[in-house]
Design a protein around this ligand. Structure first.
Ligand code: FE2
Length: 183
């Protein structure tokens, strides 16, 4: 008998009416998309600061977040949000988002076959040989992936001139957030 001990929960959602919603989102993404910047991450690091496009994103992901909330052990909230653009040759090396809860990637501009999905790395090795285990979810544009913030992941190199654009955010339990941000 095999006992499934410990699991790494990853959630996948599909945003409805994506074509229409993508147009709305692309109209309001920040100016950096017209310039040379890779991300607005470093502009958005004040506690509770949300970029101008956050409300549009909240509307798009509302149903997904309601479903996700069923699995979270306490009320949770989105605590920061940023956008990331990759052009040919760009990649985001393996990293995690800290031990703060869950993190998410919304694939805003993503062409299957040209772009590669986020690659996740198991926190433990293959029991048979210790090999580093990897996982790439099958995603398409308009999909939302939510994963534990501690989980190491990378954006694989973009090898096409067609830009890959994602929006990412972190989700934290309200009790944890209150502890971290109490004066
Ligand atoms: Fe990340």
């Amino acid at each position: 008998m095999k006992l499934p001990v410990f699991e790494i929960p990853i959630y996948k959602y599909e945003i409805e009416n994506w074509e229409e919603n993508k147009k709305s989102l692309m109209k309001i993404l920040p100016d950096f998309l017209q310039k040379g910047d890779f991300t607005d991450y470093y502009d958005n690091q004040m506690a509770s600061f949300m970029p101008l496009y956050a409300n549009t994103v909240f509307n798009l992901i509302q149903k997904s977040m309601e479903d996700f909330a069923q699995y979270y052990p306490c009320p949770a909230q989105i605590v920061n949000m940023w956008c990331e653009r990759s052009r040919a040759g760009d990649r985001h090396e393996p990293h995690n988002h800290g031990a703060t809860g869950f993190s998410a990637v919304l694939y805003v501009q993503f062409e299957e076959g040209k772009h590669k999905p986020t690659r996740f790395f198991s926190p433990f090795g293959d029991p048979a040989n210790g090999d580093l285990m990897q996982y790439e979810p099958d995603v398409k544009e308009g999909d939302l992936i939510i994963f534990p913030s501690f989980l190491i992941h990378e954006s694989q190199m973009c090898d096409t001139d067609y830009e890959r654009i994602i929006i990412s955010f972190n989700i934290m339990g309200q009790d944890q957030y209150n502890i971290l941000h109490s004066v």
